[in-house]
Design a protein around this ligand. Structure first.
Ligand code: DP6
Length: 353
C-alpha cells in the first residue's frame, strides 16, 4: 500500500494525494451515542471505491511558522466559517499526531460536484489525511490512516482502500468510546481489490446544488426515527448477503439488497425529528424509471441514493452503456457520470501549487 511511505522530504513538508469517492451498498447512517465526535457507526457498511469521482489535494505545512492561520481552497473557492472549521479540526488532529504547531495551506479539487450526494467528504478527507500525514513525515499505514480519516468523515475511512471495502463498527455495544486518535477498533479494510468485479456506478445528477442538511448533522438524528432500530437489526443479515454477493460476483443477489438498504436509510431520514427529505421530483423520476426498465424490460440495474437528490445506478459493466443512454434521456437528469471500481489513494508528483 503506497501510503506506508511518505514521498515528501520533511524539509519540503508538502504532498499531493488523489483519493476516490465511494458508493455504499450497505450504508453508514447514525452514530453511536457517546461516540458522536469519533464517528463510531451504528452498523458496519460496505462500499465500492470509485475510480472516476475523485479529489486531488495538496497540503503544505508551514515549518517557518509564518502563516498566521490555515488556508483552505476547494475548487477555486477559499473556505470560511463551518466548512473551513471542519477541515481545520482535521488539520488539528494531524498536528496533534505529529506534535507540531505548523499552519497549513490546503488546495483541493474535485472532478465532480461537491455536497450533492456524491461523497466529496469521503474522497476529500481521505486525500487530506494521506497528503497531510505524509507531508508531516508521519509513517502511518492505511489502517491507521483510516481511523484518523474516520474522525473527520465516517465514509472517508472507506476511501483509504481501493476496490470493495467494509468498515467495521469495531466497538462492542456499551463498550467505552473514549479513544486515542490512532485507536484502530473502528476502521475499514479491503475485501477485494478493484479488479475483482467490473461493476459500474452510473450517477444521475438531478441537481448539482449543495444539500441543506449535511450527513454529519443527519447522523445525530437517526436515533430519533422509530424505524432506526428495525433498520439496524435488518442490516446484520443484509451485510451477510452483500458479502456473499461480492465474493461470488452475484449481481442478482447484490442488487435487491443495496436498493432495500438505500430505501431503509431514507425511511430513517424521512422519519427522524426533524425529518430529512433529500429527494427532489427528479430523484423519483429516476427511481420509477429504473424500476420500470428492470421489471418491464429486464435491464439489470438497481439504485442507491446517499444524503442528496442524485441517484446512483449500479449495474455490471456490460449493461453500463445501455443504462447511461436511458438515464441520460430522462428530462430530470442534468448530467451522467460513470465510474467503475478504483484503487486506494495515490500520491501525485505534480502539486496543485
Ligand atoms: C449517506 O458522515 O461520511 O453517504 O457528513 O459528508 O462526511 P459527510 O458524510 P458521512 O456520511 C455519509 C453517509 C452516506 C452513506 C454512506 O456513505 O455510507
Amino acid at each position: 500500500m503506497i501510503v506506508e511511505c511518505p514521498p515528501a522530504s520533511l524539509s519540503e513538508r508538502k504532498a499531493t494525494c488523489r483519493a476516490g469517492s465511494n458508493i455504499a451498498f450497505i450504508k453508514y447512517w447514525g452514530v453511536a451515542g457517546s461516540g458522536e465526535d469519533l464517528n463510531i457507526p451504528l452498523n458496519n457498511s460496505i462500499s465500492m471505491t470509485l475510480a472516476d469521482a475523485h479529489t486531488t489535494t495538496t497540503v503544505a505545512w508551514d515549518g517557518c511558522v509564518c502563516l498566521p492561520e490555515d488556508t483552505v481552497v476547494i475548487d477555486g473557492v477559499q473556505l470560511e466559517g463551518g466548512p473551513a472549521e471542519r477541515i481545520v479540526a482535521h488539520l488539528d488532529r494531524l498536528r496533534a499526531l505529529a506534535g507540531v504547531p505548523y499552519k497549513a495551506r490546503v488546495v483541493s479539487n474535485n472532478n465532480f460536484p461537491m455536497a450533492s450526494g456524491i461523497a466529496s467528504s469521503a474522497s476529500g478527507f481521505a486525500a487530506l489525511t494521506v497528503a497531510g500525514a505524509a507531508a508531516l513525515g508521519l509513517r502511518l499505514n492505511a489502517t491507521r490512516l483510516s481511523a484518523v480519516a474516520r474522525q473527520a468523515s465516517g465514509s472517508a475511512s472507506r476511501s483509504l482502500f481501493g476496490g470493495f471495502v467494509e468498515w467495521e463498527r469495531g466497538w462492542g455495544r456499551g463498550e467505552s468510546e473514549s479513544s486515542s486518535l490512532l485507536d484502530t477498533r473502528s476502521v475499514a479494510h479491503q475485501m477485494y481489490d478493484e479488479n475483482h468485479w467490473a461493476l459500474r456506478d452510473v450517477i444521475a445528477i438531478v441537481s448539482a446544488g449543495a444539500k441543506r442538511v449535511s450527513s454529519s448533522s443527519g447522523h445525530r438524528l437517526a436515533a430519533t426515527s422509530p424505524l432506526n432500530a428495525a433498520r439496524t437489526q435488518c442490516v446484520r443479515e443484509w451485510l451477510k448477503t452483500v458479502r456473499r454477493a461480492i465474493a461470488e460476483r452475484d449481481f442478482s443477489l447484490l442488487g435487491p439488497v443495496l436498493e432495500l438498504d438505500a430505501l431503509a436509510m431514507h425511511g430513517v431520514m424521512m422519519t427522524s425529528t426533524p425529518s430529512l427529505l433529500y429527494w427532489q421530483p427528479g430523484t423519483l423520476q429516476v427511481l420509477q424509471a429504473v424500476r420500470s426498465w428492470r421489471e418491464d424490460e429486464g435491464v439489470p440495474v438497481y439504485f442507491t441514493i446517499d444524503a442528496g437528490p442524485n441517484v446512483h445506478l449500479i449495474c455490471e459493466a456490460d449493461s453500463a452503456s445501455e443504462v447511461e443512454r436511458r438515464v441520460g434521456a430522462l428530462p430530470a437528469v442534468e448530467r451522467v457520470l460513470t465510474s467503475g471500481p478504483g484503487t486506494g489513494p495515490q500520491f501525485l508528483d505534480g502539486h496543485l501549487f
